[in-house]
Design a protein around this ligand. Sequence first.
Ligand SMILES: [Zn+2]
Length: 226
Amino acid sequence: MKLGWVCVLILVPPLFVLPAHAEEKMWREHNIAADSLSADERALLEETVRRIGSLPQGEVTMNPSAYYRLSRFKRLFGFRFDGERLKGWLLARMKSVVYGEGWTIAENDHQGNFRLGDRFFKKSDFLERAYCLIHEARHTDGDGFRHVPCPKDHRYVSAGAPGMDLTQNLACDAMEDGAYAFQAAFLFELYARGFEGGERAGLLYNSSLTRIVVSPRADDSAISHR
Ligand SMILES: [Zn+2]
């Protein structure tokens, strides 16, 4: 909790030098209703979106063959990793943002109406806020790419929410192109380029993949029972 406050204190002060109209511009330009957030919440959200937008394409520093085998960003997002384009992708999927506490760090009602609470504003750093926004934005697409409960034999935990039993919550995806896949693909690119604490991005990437529980196809399951 203390760390979260430290992050807020580090990130927020420079924004106070922005004139009020500059803080509002991003939301007005993209027709996103964020009026009900406090000025500090709006500033932190805007800072997060701007930092996503300023992520450079960069150079891949990880093992090249592993990168090409595992990178799914272009296939999912439709463009090569690029912060500016990713920011546009995100903003196009946000219609409104309100403050609200739920059992997750953030929520999207599948229409682009985001709800963010204290875990987002006070207890998360940039990396956590960024991948959460990417995750939530995917819920605006299609039919919302809804989650399913994790399987009864799921062996993984939510590192950030030890009070949660993942088998009791809609905390997994039964598809390869849902919100956890987009979150994972984003984290993977940060890891591959050594951005934003690459090791942590790698761990969060691994953790995100545990939420994708696509049932094996009949022919695959036959193979696995050999
Ligand atoms: Zn979700």
